[in-house]
Design a protein around this ligand. Structure first.
Ligand code: ZN
Length: 160
C-alpha cells in the first residue's frame, strides 16, 4: 500500500538543520504514526511522503515556506521586566507560555536588559531549512473513526 490521503503511515525520522545539528528524531523511541493528508505533518514533508511504501527511505530538504514559515521580526517585542511574571527566573533561550487573545503562545527570551526582556514569538524553527531522513515502517488504511477524529488510534496514537 502507498501513502495517500487517509492512510496511516508510521515513519522513523531524523531531523537536522543545515549545520547537522539534530533537532528531533524518533531514534530510541516509537515511530511517528499519523493520518496522511490531514495536515498532521508540515506540508513539505507530507508531499514528499505521498506515494511512498513500507521500506522506502528518503532524504529531503524543506524550505521554511513549506515548514514553519519565514521569520517575522515584527514578532519580537521588548517587554519591561515589571510586566513579566513575578519571581520567574528569566534566562536567555528560555521558553515561556504567553497568554494572549488567541490562547497560549510560546515565546522565547532572545535578549536580556537590565529593565526589560526581548520576547520572540516566532516558531523556534521559523526561517530554518529542515533536513529529514525518513524511512517508512508501515502503511495501512485509516479507519473511518480515525479520519473523523483526525488522529491515529491504537499503537502510536490515541487510546480513548
Ligand atoms: Zn480519536
Amino acid at each position: 500500500m502507498q501513502i495517500a490521503r487517509h492512510t496511516v503511515a508510521s515513519i522513523e525520522y531524523t531531523l537536522t538543520d543545515d549545520d547537522g545539528n539534530v533537532i528531533d528524531s524518533s531514534a530510541g523511541g516509537a515511530p511517528l504514526t499519523y493520518v496522511h493528508g490531514l495536515g498532521a505533518l508540515i506540508p513539505g514533508l507530507e508531499s514528499q511522503l505521498e506515494g511512498k511504501r513500507k521500506g522506502d527511505a528518503l532524504a529531503v530538504r524543506i524550505a521554511p515556506g513549506d515548514a514553519y514559515g519565514e521569520r517575522d521580526e515584527q514578532m519580537v517585542a521588548r517587554v519591561p521586566r515589571s510586566q513579566m511574571p513575578k519571581g520567574a527566573p528569566l534566562e536567555l533561550g528560555m521558553q515561556l507560555e504567553a497568554r494572549g487573545p488567541d490562547g497560549g503562545q510560546i515565546v522565547t527570551i532572545v535578549k536580556l536588559e537590565d529593565d526589560a526582556v526581548w520576547l520572540d514569538a516566532n516558531h523556534p524553527l521559523a526561517g530554518v531549512h529542515l533536513n529529514f531522513k525518513v524511512s517508512v515502517v508501515e502503511v495501512r488504511a485509516a479507519t473511518a473513526e480515525e479520519i473523523e477524529h483526525g488522529h491515529v488510534h491504537g499503537p502510536g496514537g490515541h487510546h480513548h
